[in-house]
Design a protein around this ligand. Structure first.
Ligand code: CP
Length: 309
């Protein structure tokens, strides 16, 4: 197994090669075995200090990165913009450079501005892992999603995956499209025309506005929430109408003559894009996705961290 990842930062899935993702997955396999054993820690990054910089809310990603770092023995510092001097007018570069001057090796950053991690990478020496930048990319979410599909089916190649919902405002959708296609999957997007970028077919995905057609086609349905916080105008008449057309319910799944694997990156809006009986049902792997996130993030941090040791 190689422990080399020939990239300095993980800014997005775009720019990665399939072999890079395979290296991350093989490393994550080892970390998942570790996490399922009696001793869940390794001192692999004990000489590394990581700053978790969250300029936007997060539950899963923040906790998952923090646990991954602790399991790897790294020193960590957590920064949340809501309780920081950003509120006093400090710029992103000044904020990060002040934190880095305290001998920080790696930065995990979530930011509402698309491209914030790419921008920062031009100004700082530390390695950066993108934990979600606006509507742009969320690479570790895509990696853990693909890792979970691989775990469920043995391989991602040849699988048919539909991403349902608010594609327009979703960084998860874009990173998933890049990642799944690199690994040989077929990808479809499904949602109302107002929530699907007009030129998305240029990415090689198929498009449908009819949920039942998407469900008949796919092996896996990855359901996204409506990102109201990123919408400055109305894209559909009401959540009730959206839910009646695109909400994934048990009734809709029962109408099919096959089983579909159900995924969701979270946070879930129960009763809007997915019903509770589907989210918590036997074909849902939503909590396995969250569990796998720790092993996948350990793999990313470990592989990037090797360059500093
Ligand atoms: N999936 C995801 O990014 O969730 P959080 O916003 O809670 O981190």
């Amino acid at each position: 197994m190689t422990t080399q990842l020939p990239i300095k930062h993980l800014l997005g899935i775009k720019g990665l090669e399939a072999s890079h993702i395979q290296t991350i997955f093989e490393t994550a396999d080892n970390f998942k075995s570790l996490l399922n054993g009696p001793v869940k820690k390794t001192p692999a990054l004990r000489d590394i200090t990581i700053a978790n910089l969250f300029f936007e809310n997060s539950t899963r990603t923040r906790v998952s990165f923090e646990l991954a770092e602790k399991r790897l023995g790294a020193d960590i510092v957590n920064f949340s913009s809501s309780s920081s001097s950003v509120k006093k007018g400090e710029t992103l570069i000044d904020t990060v450079n002040n934190i880095l001057s305290m001998k920080v090796d790696m930065v995990v950053m979530r930011h509402p501005a698309p491209g914030a991690c790419v921008f920062l990478s031009k100004y700082i020496d530390a390695q950066i892992v993108n934990a979600g930048d606006g509507t742009h990319e969320h690479p570790t979410q895509a990696l853990l999603d693909a890792f979970s599909i691989r775990e469920k089916f043995g391989d991602v190649a040849g699988k048919k995956i539909v991403i349902i919902g608010d594609i327009l405002h979703s960084r998860v959708a874009l990173s998933n499209i890049y990642c799944l296609q690199l690994l040989g999957a077929e990808v479809m997007v499904c949602g109302p025309a107002t929530l699907i970028p007009k030129n998305i077919h240029h990415l090689g995905v198929s498009v449908t506005h009819t949920l039942q057609d998407a469900l008949k086609w796919c092996d896996v349905a990855n359901v996204l929430r409506i990102q109201l916080e990123r919408q400055d105008e109305r894209h559909f008449p009401s959540l009730k109408e959206y839910s009646s057309l695109y909400g994934l319910t048990l009734e809709r799944l029962k109408g099919l003559d096959k089983e579909i694997c159900i995924m969701h990156p979270g946070p879930i809006n129960r009763g809007v894009e997915i019903s509770s009986d589907v989210a918590d049902g036997e074909h849902s792997i939503i909590l396995q996705q969250v569990e796998n996130g720790v092993a996948v993030r350990m793999a990313v941090l470990f592989l990037l961290g090797q360059q500093r040791l």
